[in-house]
Design a protein around this ligand. Structure first.
Ligand SMILES: Cc1cc2nc3c(=O)[nH]c(=O)nc-3n(C[C@H](O)[C@H](O)[C@H](O)COP(=O)(O)OP(=O)(O)OC[C@H]3O[C@@H](n4cnc5c(N)ncnc54)[C@H](O)[C@@H]3O)c2cc1C
Length: 469
């Protein structure tokens, strides 16, 4: 068993630490932010100071796959989220019967977890604190890597902290998030640079939290719907809380007015199905803005050769994707399982071989998910650009039209809805979900006769008018 240093106590860092410690390793987590996690959900939301995670108080949903895998791997984490007030919720069970056709056996598999991000992280921190062989040290920054100074490829044997202490480790796990400093640390250790893939364009998010006056269940379901040049994300949470997030292209200048509460409210009022909940909801925050988020992946094995050994990257430090699809924590959990499994199978391999095994297992396990998410983003951003230019979006190939038809059918047909949710919740591939006899033909028929955007949603002109343009 190995002494492992995990750098970063975010969602993936803590998850990785728990899984590895439970597999017999001795794990030390070093987290730059000093604050200890408060005990209750309200304190976690109001008082937990986490400057190291800029999205800490922005809306998060845990997809059904996160709930299912976590329930299998570490059921106490799911139980702790629930103890803190988090809910198991599926978009199917909270939609009107006219759309779902009534509940069906099997719908419970679509349950994800609705809880504010500080609450999910608080649950993970509580479980980590009672996990044997696991120590979380907060207020400790990793500032340099220690290497053995022998071969041409640096072999990492530990990290140096901001206080000058050396923490030795048989394996260093970078879970420092999407702004991970690992590339700089590697450069200073004399390593080649990791291969970085990064998109030029991205989305911007304008979100606002609301709460029911009495803390009753939020009156909304987790949904993500597209309109002309804008999308609406609806994220329920614990304690009667929910958020609406307007998702736009970051380079769409007029929509920047959305940062004003009154402008944001006018645009929300254009969105179908929001009026009743808006009227009863108590605003908890002003508009929160997040942009500068791109799909990005860093590979530590370049053309078959590791840039360094004894170090791996997981979660956002490996790859981060468009947050509106809510995939980050689920991919991070899958990555933690991959690392645990590769350590089981190849932990005693030579360092270079171990690095290659982990890179291959990452590529085959979640590389496709990253690429599919990036493909989705490219299409949606190009579609929004076409909406802004007032021209139809004409993508190459049939992947986007087929996905749009699937989405349209899911809004009116109960079978298509279940299949679509299975894919969106990362429980099945599109091929698996569409393997129901007759379903593809039905989706093509519905999609072919439905406009790209629902008739009750805002046009670009209506959006600009509400923005005051
Ligand atoms: C706006 C937004 C909305 C999102 N919504 C969702 C969602 O709905 N569902 C979902 O699943 N995902 C969502 N995500 C993605 C999710 O937040 C990330 O995937 C997740 O936080 C990644 O966890 P992580 O542990 O890899 O990194 P992080 O959570 O970023 O944690 C990194 C940690 O490393 C620490 N650190 C950094 N440098 C050092 C250092 N030198 N030494 C020690 N510690 C260090 C930081 O302080 C931090 O605690 C969203 C992301 C954004 C930006």
């Amino acid at each position: 068993m190995t002494a492992i240093a995990v750098l970063g106590a975010g969602l993936t860092g803590l998850t990785t630490a728990v899984l590895l410690a439970r597999d017999g390793h001795h794990v030390t987590v070093l987290e730059r932010d000093p604050a200890e996690p408060p005990a209750t959900a309200e304190e976690q939301w109001a008082h937990w100071d986490r400057p190291g995670v800029s999205q800490f108080r922005l809306p998060h949903i845990m997809l059904a796959r996160w709930r299912a895998v976590m329930e299998h791997e570490a059921p106490d984490v799911v139980a702790e989220v629930e103890r803190l007030g988090g809910l198991r919720l599926s978009s199917v069970e909270t939609l009107p019967t006219s759309v779902t056709g009534g509940l069906r056996p099997g719908d419970e598999q679509l349950q994800g977890m609705a809880a504010r991000r500080p609450v999910v992280e608080g649950a993970l921190a509580a479980v980590a604190a009672r996990t044997p062989r696991l120590t979380v040290r907060r207020g400790v920054t990793a500032t340099a890597l220690v290497t053995d100074g022998r071969g041409a490829v640096p072999h990492v044997t530990g990290v140096v902290t901001g206080a000058g202490e050396t923490v030795e480790a048989g394996l260093v796990v970078d879970a420092m998030g999407r702004r991970s400093a690992l590339a700089d640390l590697l450069a200073r250790a004399g390593a080649r640079q990791p291969l970085e893939e990064r998109e030029d364009h991205g989305f911007a998010y304008y979100g606002r939290y609301f709460r029911t006056p009495d803390g009753a269940r939020p009156p909304v379901s987790y949904t993500f719907r597209h309109f002309e040049s804008v999308s609406l994300l609806v994220i329920p949470a614990d304690a009667g809380v929910w958020a609406w997030v307007l998702v736009v292209a970051a380079d769409d200048r007029p929509v920047r007015a959305l940062r004003e509460n009154d402008v944001w409210d006018r645009v929300l009022a254009l969105m179908p199905g929001t009026a009743e909940a808006r009227a009863s909801g108590v605003p908890m925050t002003d508009v929160q803005v997040m942009s500068g988020l791109q799909d990005r992946r860093r590979s530590l094995v370049v053309e078959g050769e590791p840039v360094a050994t004894g170090v791996v990257a997981v979660g956002d430090a490996w790859a981060s994707t468009n947050p509106s699809l809510g995939r980050g924590s689920t991919m991070g959990l899958a990555h933690a399982c991959i690392l645990r499994d590769v350590l089981r199978a190849a932990g005693s391999a030579a360092p270079g071989e171990f690095a290659r095994c982990f890179a291959e297992a990452t590529a085959s396990g979640i590389g496709g998910l990253f690429e599919a998410t990036r493909g989705y983003d490219r299409h949606r951003l190009a579609e929004v650009a076409a909406d802004i230019a007032g021209v139809p979006y004409r993508p190459e190939g049939d992947a986007w039209p087929r996905l749009s038809a699937f989405d349209a059918a899911a809004q009116v047909d109960p079978d298509a809805l279940r299949a679509f949710r299975l894919v969106a919740e990362l429980l099945a591939s599109a091929e698996e979900a569409l393997a129901v006899p007759g379903l593809e033909a039905k989706i093509a028929r519905i999609g072919g006769s439905t406009p790209r955007y629902p008739v009750d949603g805002p046009s670009r002109a209506a959006l600009l008018a509400a923005l005051g343009e």
